[in-house]
Each structure stands twice: as structure tokens, then as C-alpha cells.
Design a protein around this ligand. Structure first.
Ligand code: GRF
Length: 358
């Protein structure tokens, strides 16, 4: 993957991407840095790292469509596959956005959709966070579309707001996390841990990391299992956020599937405590109104791919033995019955089905 970065300022996020490429944490190459500001620290950082850099601005291209074309030409001529905005203070033109649809990322220093939009940049963001009284903030990596800060979220990370925080202290703690999550998110896209499924109405599947997403996942699972809840009080319908946190803390990953910023399904994978090559698949759920169009298979395929990336060889799922329709669903997707069990804390017999990771 070849990355092009657009930056207007100091370029510390650009630096974090350069460093990650150099250390191998990010298996990508820096192809080009563009700045609208000829004295940007970002351009200096590019020169120091031996990366091609260009100053392209409204001064060099006074009309907006030739500016747009110049940026697009520069990116394509350098063979850029993915564009990362890093403190870029201008809006990208529609030609560039169209050519790089779902391939332009930005990092914002707050938990979008809160504290975003016009005028919300730099210190104004952190001042607004402090004034609002929220106790948690943190950066967001998102796709860029025509509207400010409204593209799909790809990753977020929480940073606590402390009693004695000033906008400056908050900014520096958030910035530190930005430098970690921006390259990490690009690498996750590269590997397929985060994916934009254009053939499935631009559904995004991504690991969940913040409380708000965990709450959304618990809600999705509860609403999907509503019917079974009546008969089975210990059914996953009662899954709560603590249970999701335990899954994540025990080395598991909770994925959410999003369409137009709404979670429509989720799935979690976690390593088996007693067999290194087996990973358990849990809470594969699609909201009732989004069923029968392939999101379940998409989540299953995504989970399988993630397990293989994490080094697992086998997927195992535990189902209600009496649920023959669900067992058939998994059978059609290559799973075979491995074992039946009665568990003390579950009021029905379980059937475990397995599949090799493809
Ligand atoms: C960062 O706070 C980023 O979230 C925002 O602009 C700032 C850029 O900082 N989009 P730097 O130039 O990367 O240091």
C-alpha cells in the first residue's frame, strides 16, 4: 500500500505514520506529502525522511477545480492507494474524493459524532470538550466524505478527562493516542481487520473499542434475541457491557457492522483457553430488520478472516441444540457438529460446531 498524506501544520501525525512505516508496524510505503502551507512543519518532516513533497494551494491554483485536479494528479502520479489527512485545514475537492472513494482517512481529536463539524478544529475542540463536562474524550479515525467530520468511523480510543485538565493538557494526551491509533488503523485496514464492504452497501466492519460502541453491541444482541429471552432467562439476551468488556479483556475482539453509522450487527471472536488453534465465535447477531440480505455471512466471513490473521486454525461455535434452523445455517457455511453438552448455567443442551479457518 502506498500512502499519501495531506497536512497543513506541524505534522506530528504525519511523523507517526512515517515512523510506523519505517519500523514495519505499518506495512506500507510513504509515497507523497502534500501541504497547502509552504512553511508547514509537515513538509520539513517529509524532506528529512526523504519523501517526495509538494506545496499545492489556493495560491498556486486559484480556482478550486484546478486545485482539485492538481491534488488528484499528484496523488495518482505517485501511485497513492490511500490518502491520510493529518491536520489538513482545507476541504478536498469532489474529483479527488470521488477517485479515492472510501480511501481517504482523517483523524479528529474528539469522539465523533460529538465535537465535530465546521469550526471544530485545534484547541476549539478541547475547549468544547471541557465546557461540556464529559468525562471521556479521545481521537476518532474516520473516512472522509463531502461533509465535515461525518464520514464513517473506523476507530476510536478513549482518553479520560481529568479534573485539572486544561485544553492544552487534554490536547497533548489526546495527541499521544492519535499517534498510536492512526498508523494502527491504517494497518488494520491494510490487513482486513477493518473493512469497507462496497459490494454490501458500504457496510463497515470494525473492532469495537469504546464504551458507546459496547453499549450499542449489547443493545443489538438484546434486541435480536428478544424472542428467546422469555423462555431462557440466562440466554445471551442478558448480555451486558461488562460481559463484552470481559471478552475483550480476555484477548477477544468484538466487531460491529455499520451501515450509515448505525450498528446493524456484531460478532465476537475469542481464543479458546484450552486449545491454542481454536477460536470461539460468539454473539453473531444481525438486527431483525436487516436479516436475509447476507450480513450474517459477511460477519462470519469477516470473523473467520480475522481469526486467521490472529493465527487461529479453527472456529468453534456453541448453539442451542434444539435450534435446527440455526444449525443448518452454519452447516451450509461449512460447519460440522463436533460435540453436544449440557451446561449447568444454560437451561438447554448445547451443540458445538466447528470449521477449519479458510
Ligand atoms: C491533530 O490534532 C488532528 O487530530 C487534527 O489536526 C491535528 C494535527 O496535528 N486533525 P499534527 O499536525 O499532526 O501535529
Amino acid at each position: 500500500m502506498r500512502i499519501g498524506v495531506l497536512a497543513s501544520g506541524g505534522g506530528t501525525n504525519l511523523q507517526s505514520i512515517i515512523d510506523a512505516c519505517e519500523s514495519g508496524r505499518l506495512s506500507a510505503e510513504m509515497a507523497l506529502v502534500i501541504s497547502n502551507n509552504s512553511s508547514a512543519g509537515a513538509l520539513e518532516r517529509a524532506r528529512k525522511a526523504g519523501i517526495s513533497s509538494l506545496h499545492i494551494s489556493g495560491v498556486t491554483y486559484p480556482d478550486s477545480s484546478s486545485l482539485d485536479r492538481a491534488i488528484l494528479n499528484a496523488l495518482t502520479e505517485s501511485g497513492v492507494d490511500l490518502v491520510a489527512l493529518a491536520g489538513y485545514m482545507k476541504k478536498l475537492g469532489s474529483m479527488t474524493l470521488h477517485a479515492y472513494r472510501n480511501k481517504v482517512l482523517n483523524i479528529h481529536p474528539a469522539l465523533l459524532p460529538d465535537f465535530g463539524g465546521q469550526g471544530m478544529y485545534g484547541m476549539a475542540v478541547h475547549r468544547a470538550v471541557l465546557a461540556s463536562g464529559v468525562t471521556v474524550t479521545g481521537p476518532t479515525v474516520h473516512l472522509v466524505n463531502e461533509k465535515y467530520d461525518e464520514g464513517a468511523i473506523l476507530a476510536q480510543s478513549e482518553v479520560p478527562v481529568l479534573h485539572d485538565d486544561t485544553a492544552q493538557s487534554l490536547q497533548s494526551r489526546v495527541l499521544e493516542v492519535e499517534h498510536r491509533i492512526y498508523p494502527e488503523t491504517i494497518e488494520n485496514l491494510n490487513r482486513g481487520i477493518i473493512a469497507v464492504y462496497e459490494g454490501h452497501m458500504d457496510t463497515i466492519i470494525r473492532p469495537l473499542r469504546v464504551r458507546r460502541d459496547f453499549e450499542a453491541a449489547a443493545k443489538v444482541v438484546r434486541s435480536a434475541f428478544r424472542a428467546s429471552a422469555v423462555n431462557y432467562p440466562s440466554h445471551p439476551v442478558f448480555m451486558d457491557i461488562d460481559e463484552i468488556k470481559r471478552t475483550v479483556e480476555s484477548g477477544g475482539v468484538f466487531f460491529g457492522a455499520y451501515r450509515e453509522s448505525r450498528m446493524i450487527g456484531c460478532v465476537a471472536v475469542k481464543p479458546s483457553p484450552d486449545d491454542v488453534s481454536t477460536w470461539h465465535l460468539i454473539e453473531l447477531t444481525v438486527l431483525p430488520e436487516n436479516r436475509f440480505v447476507g450480513f450474517g455471512s459477511l460477519l462470519l466471513d469477516h470473523a473467520g478472516k480475522a481469526i486467521s490473521i490472529y493465527g487461529g486454525g479453527k472456529i468453534s461455535i456453541g448453539l442451542m441444540d434444539a435450534d435446527s434452523m440455526l444449525k443448518d445455517w452454519y452447516r451450509r457455511r461449512g460447519f460440522t457438529e463436533a460435540e453436544k453438552k449440557s451446561l449447568q448455567h444454560v437451561p438447554f443442551d448445547m451443540c458445538y460446531m466447528n470449521r477449519e479457518v479458510k
